[in-house]
Design a protein around this ligand. Structure first.
Ligand SMILES: [Zn+2]
Length: 79
């Protein structure tokens, strides 16, 4: 996997609600900061349909199992 660099577009995995009203979803996100060699320091501008938010120190989870993580976009099908 390539290192994320500033300006790349990745997926942010949103948190679902505990009761399951909202399932976790993939959202487009732009990398706003990334420290080379330390993939733990990733800042994102997350583009939700309802609005944008900014977050830092987002962990990588390429399988998108956990909310609040980022991954490289899937090529064909969504989770
Ligand atoms: Zn995704």
């Amino acid at each position: 996997m390539p290192q994320p660099t500033i300006g790349r577009i990745v997926h942010y995995r949103s948190h679902g609600t505990p009761g399951g009203e909202y399932q976790p979803q993939c959202r487009a996100a732009i990398v706003t900061e990334a420290v080379r060699g330390d993939s733990e320091l990733i800042g994102l501008a997350v583009l939700n349909p309802e609005g944008m938010f900014f977050n830092r120190y987002i962990p990588h989870d390429q399988h998108g199992e956990y909310g609040g993580t980022w991954h490289w976009p899937e090529r064909a099908k969504e989770h």
